[in-house]
Design a protein. Structure first.
Length: 238
């Protein structure tokens, strides 16, 4: 690619692996959250109906812990890439933390929602909610009590903004998957969608994902090391 040619559209997917080095627990690893807690109790609509107090406690603890966590070199590298990339750019994250935003990313989609957000099941209103939530929390929009829940996508629910994501994948020149296990759908199929669009596909991950063979290129190692180095090379070629 020469400096006079336009940069192709770039779509990046990030998963738990990019935030792990900041101190965020992963979910599906050997010692991840789901090895200690049954996801059906705290991450499904049915679990929330059975015991909303338990679900609120689970997310309250995670929300409090986030207040002391900062983005790492990989988050900062992607924010730099967004700022310097000359073509279309979209960052899609499966993470519900706010580390991408804290690093400076703006062209960002949280496909699984946000830990610092609240959703009212009575009126559908969404808003920022940085503090604890309980069964007694009142919706500021409709004033209903007992209907507030974390604005995160639970098992069995449809991820957010899928139409926009698939449009971007269909126009992508390059697709990069960072820190994902490759076994969570529909995100696990994004590489296939990108290849159908003739995009170049690259995996950056601590270890080979389940779908590593579908990618044109794979680089494995710690996110804080391989992501900044890859961004440096990519920008040098643009």
């Amino acid at each position: 690619m020469t400096s006079s040619s336009p940069s192709p559209s770039l779509v990046i997917l990030t998963g738990a692996g990019i935030s792990a080095e900041s101190g965020i627990d992963t979910f599906r690893d050997k010692d991840g959250i789901w090895s200690k807690i049954d996801y059906r109790d705290v991450a499904t609509p049915e679990g929330f109906m059975r015991n909303p107090a338990r679900v609120h406690d689970f997310y309250n603890r995670r929300r409090r812990r986030m207040k002391g966590i900062r983005p790492n070199a990989a988050h900062h590298a992607l924010a730099r890439l967004e700022a310097e990339w000359k073509g279309e750019f979209l960052l899609v994250t499966q993470n519900i933390d706010d580390l991408h935003e804290s690093a400076g990313s703006k062209k960002l989609i949280h496909m699984h929602g946000e830990l610092g957000g609240a959703l009212c099941q009575a009126c559908g209103a969404r808003r920022r909610w940085p503090d604890d939530m309980s069964i007694n929390s009142q919706c500021p929009s409709c004033e209903a009590t007992g209907f507030m829940r974390p604005d995160v996508v639970w098992f069995g629910e449809m991820p957010y903004h899928m139409d926009r994501i698939y449009r971007a994948l269909g126009a992508a020149g390059t697709f990069i998957s960072i820190g994902t296990s490759g076994n969570v759908y529909p995100a696990a199929d994004f590489v296939v969608e990108a290849r159908h669009a003739d995009a170049r596909t690259i995996e950056l991950n601590l270890e080979p994902s389940e779908g590593v063979d579908v990618f044109h290129q794979a680089i494995h190692g710690r996110a804080t090391e391989i992501v900044p180095a890859f961004v440096e090379r990519l920008l040098a070629q643009a």
